[in-house]
Design a protein around this ligand. Structure first.
Ligand SMILES: [Zn+2]
Length: 290
């Protein structure tokens, strides 16, 4: 990676092929330091953060992209997201001892991986990513070739300090040239995890594709940021009834909710809960009048 915590888009001038490079350090550390994660979970979260960073760079609208894996095994939920402002956050929930040598698909056996694209305006899109192969990158490659018909190669790596990703993809709507893709994907496949972590972007591209002309866009910074708020947390409380919440208030005196992504603590008292349901109450009151 070049300077950490940035993504960089790349276009190859003489082929309908694009690339994205992502390198994460502080953003990755800020996500994983919030919980005691076993090594295997920490590395997978690093790969998921690198993956959403890469994929968010291919979107053309404002919104967010999420990867969520769920299973009935010890690993219950793995989730990472990246917004168009390149705000990253991620979380893992698991039980008991997670086997340290398990690969991604083994950890999620019988579960599913879902990719969600949520534009600020417009309809949300969800695709199920088949849990094929062993690694997250293999799952994502299979998803792009099958669901999006876009030949794609993805490399993801994470160690204790850093996470990095490399994406190589045929550009949509330009028509792919099978020959170009064979050539580029063959060269891309030689990329090693160490090269991806250690080399700056220019050196990496030169080493892989030294005969190809490429244009590097300005790098875009990525950062850890959680966009939770008192109001958004209140919206989640609305899944319970006013009676249920008032029951908790009688027992506890206050309702406390911790954001799972950033540990921010939000408190709700009697007045907050009354306010939360006041809209509904008004409608009911006016219904009665008519
Ligand atoms: Zn938060």
């Amino acid at each position: 990676m070049s300077s950490p915590d940035q993504i960089q888009r790349v276009i190859f001038e003489n082929a309908n092929i694009r690339s994205v490079l992502a390198g994460l350090q502080d953003s990755y550390q800020q996500v994983i330091e919030r919980q005691q994660y076993p090594g295997v979970i920490r590395n997978i979260l690093g790969e998921m953060l690198a993956a959403v960073s890469l994929l968010s760079a291919t979107l053309k609208f404002d919104g967010r992209l999420m990867l969520q894996a769920q299973s009935e095994n010890q690993v219950k939920v793995l989730m990472a997201e990246c917004s168009h402002q390149r705000d990253l956050r991620a979380i893992a929930r698991f039980e008991g001892d997670v086997p340290e040598d398990a690969d991604f698909c083994a950890l999620l056996q019988g579960g599913q991986l879902v990719i969600t694209i949520e534009p600020d305006k417009g309809k949300r899109y969800q695709g199920v990513v088949p849990l094929e192969g062993t690694t997250l990158s293999q799952c994502l490659e299979a998803y792009f070739s099958r669901s999006e018909q876009l030949p794609t190669q993805i490399h993801l790596v994470a160690d204790e300090q850093r996470a990095a990703g490399f994406l190589l993809q045929v550009m949509p709507a330009k028509g792919d040239s099978e020959e170009d893709w064979q050539h580029f994907s063959h060269l891309g496949a030689t990329l090693s995890a160490t090269e991806l972590l250690e080399l700056d972007n220019e050196t990496l591209l030169r080493r892989l594709f030294h005969e190809e002309e490429c244009r590097l866009y300005d790098p875009e910074p990525v950062q850890f940021h959680c966009d939770c708020s008192h109001q958004r947390t209140a919206e989640v409380l609305k899944y319970m009834t006013q009676e249920e919440l008032e029951e908790i208030l009688r027992e506890e005196g206050i309702i406390e909710v911790n954001c799972q992504f950033c540990n921010e603590n939000y408190k709700f008292d009697q007045a907050d809960i009354a306010m939360l349901f006041s809209g509904t109450a008004n409608i009911e009151a006016s219904d009665q009048i008519h």
